[in-house]
Design a protein around this ligand. Sequence first.
Ligand code: ADP
Length: 407
Amino acid sequence: MNNGLILVVNTGSSSLKFSLFRTGGDVLQQDVRGQIDGVGSQPRLMVKDHAGSTLVERDFADTEVREIKDAIALVGTWLRDQFEGESLLAVGHRVVHGGTEFSRPVRVDAPVFNALEKLIPLAPLHQPHNLAAIRAVRETQPEMPQVACFDTAFHRSHPQLADIYALPWEYYETGIRRYGFHGLSYEYIAAALPQTAPEIANGRVIVAHLGSGASLCALRDGKSQDSTMGFSPLDGIPMGTRPGGIDPGVLLYLAGQRGMSSAALEKLLYKDSGLLGLSGLSNDMRMLLENHAPRAQLAVDYFVHRIAKEIGSLAAVLGGVDGLVFTAGIGENSAVIRARIVGACAWLGMTLAADANQNSEPCITTADSMVSAWVVPTNEELMIANHTHALITRIQQAKTDTGGSAP
Ligand code: ADP
């Protein structure tokens, strides 16, 4: 395959993040990364180079970037100007839901796109935006290879016990399952462990992806065995604005006795709860850690308490733990939260190395700690770029082998 560029796209309801990777070397090299925020309200384009220096910071009128397809067009124009003469080989997309059908990345053709549209009801807040970006590229550049990489795919190795709810069986058969999310992050970590933490890479590892969204995943030999998120990205540990696990009876009560509509419940669960709801102040962990208000402290205490509880539960699933890995915004940057979680795991045989933790070194437990703890920065964009590059290279190879007609 010729050298060129791979564009990675990650869309939200009003934002589009993108990263550009260069092929040609032994490993893909990240070039620029950027985002358009405030789509439809106060659009703003920001682009940084690989060293983090700002290349562009520009506001647009709301009429110029009304929806995701305008954002894609804007990125396309900027990239064409900036990388004139270089060829874009493919676009890789983060797609939140692959259902039961997609357990690995897939090139998006018309049937695949239709299948992904059918999954919208399973992830109505995310999937439509992911698909809007794919559709926008198809409309302007129909020949451009596009690859969908799924947040759910890595968890398809769950044993069936981690995949079910104790509902009547027909519910399972019609898709009410524990899909799990943050799979691209966990896959990246599983792939990084043999270099970063070889002594635990093939063992029993709990990965804590602690960002705005947060979950834990139990790995055995680099494969997902269980995770705290289930049917939706609501379950498990508390997050910036989501509550984590909640007694379903609360929701029945709110709907039945207080007349809350499903839209109101959705807002409560996705936007108003978690660290924000408990503190009444912010969904941002940095702000809560700096704030001495009792409810800011309570929100942080609850976050740590629930994570420690879920670590115990996943340790039971794995039959013991060899290592705990912290990643994403809070996991990579907050020595305080890591120290508190490791402290709560002392009963598992985990002993913090305070200086190493303060410096965010890869290993943050003492040499004689029975269970080790690690900080491993995640890179979901690189995971998507690698998948995209590998898939289009395979397709190209198959075409060459069959004299032009790809299977
Ligand atoms: P997203 O899911 O949006 O990608 P991130 O992985 O960027 O989220 O994580 C965002 C979270 O990380 C926020 O709660 C933010 O406050 C937290 N965070 C980032 N840096 C720090 C830090 N130094 N200390 C504590 N929390 C931090």
